[in-house]
Design a protein around this ligand. Sequence first.
Ligand code: DAH
Length: 337
Amino acid sequence: MNPFEQAEVLLQEIEEQVLTNAQDAEAFRIKYIGSKGLLKDLFAAMKDIPNERKKEFGQLVNELKQRAESKVNEAKISSAKASTKKSFEDLSAPGVPYVVGTRHPINIVKNEMVEIFKRLGFVVEDGPEIEDDWHNFTALNLPENHPARDMQDTFYIDFNANRLLRTHTSSAQIRVMEKQKPPIRIITPGRVYRNETISARAHCTFHQVEGLYIDKNVSFADLKQTLYYFAKEMFGSDNIRMRPSYFPFTEPSAEIDISCFICNQTGCSVCKHSGWVEIGGCGMVDPAVLENVGIDSEEYTGFAFGMGIERITMLKYGINDIRLFFENDMRFLQQFS
Ligand code: DAH
C-alpha cells in the first residue's frame, strides 16, 4: 500500500469507530493521534512523496487528523454530559428539607443573662471545670473540715492529687481576683458538678452564672439593684425576695427567690407549693476571701452572686423537669427554634 492508500484506509477506519465513553475516546486518541500514533507514521512518510503530490498528501493527512480530533472531542463532551445527567436526575423533584439545628435552651438563657449583665458593665470570664481544693473551697473561706463543705457533694477525680470537679462557679471568682486588681466586675457562666441523686429538680451536672463586683464603696444596695435589674430584664418583673442565709464566702449572705411563674404563686411542684423559687445565692464578699487573694479588705468591698441557669430556664419556659435539658430529645429541643 502506498501512503495515499494507507491514508484512505485509516480515514475509513476512523469514520467507522463508535466511541461510547471517555475510556474509548482516550484509547482512540492514543492509537491515532497520540505521540506514537498511526498518524505520526503518515506524517513521516511525507518525505518520500514526490514533490508535485506533497500538497495533496498533506491535505489528506490533515483532514484525517482533524476528523480524529473532533471525534475524540465529541465523545468526551457527550460522556461528560451523561455523567452530569446522572447526578441531577429529576430537576423538578421537590428538594430534601434541610434540617436547621437550634440552640440549646440553656445556651439561649445563658446568652441572655450575659447580655443583661453586660449592659451593667460586667465582663465575661472563664474558669476550669477541673479544679483544685484551694479555688473551689479553701480560698472561698471553706478550710479543710469546714462543715459547709458537706453542702456540696463533691466529685473527686483524685483526692490525693487535689483534683475535683468544681461544685460551683465561685471558684472562678478566686481565679479572677488572683490575677486582676480591683475594680473587678465580672460574670463567669459555666458548668458545675455535684454528686446528687438525679430527679426532676436536681441533676449531677448543671450550669451557673457567677457574678462578682469588687471596688471601693460597693454596698448591699448595689447588689440589690443589680438583682432587681436582672429580674426585670429577664422575666419582665422584679418580683424577687432575698432571704437571709449563710455562705462561707459572703457576709451577710442571702438566698434569692423569684415568684413562681409556673403556677403564678398558686402553688406547684416546682415551687414546692410555696409560690417562690430559689434561683441562687448572694452576699457581700467576706473580707477573709479578699485577704486570701491579696486584696486589701479595708480599702475594697464587693458583692457576689451565683445563679442556676437551669432553674431560670425552667421558670422562663415553664419546664417542670430538669432532666429534659440533658436528654437531647429532638422533640424537646426543637421547641426552642
Ligand atoms: N456558690 C453558691 C452555690 O453554688 C452560690 C453562691 C452563693 C454564689 C453566694 C455566690 C454567692 O457568689 O455570693 O450554692
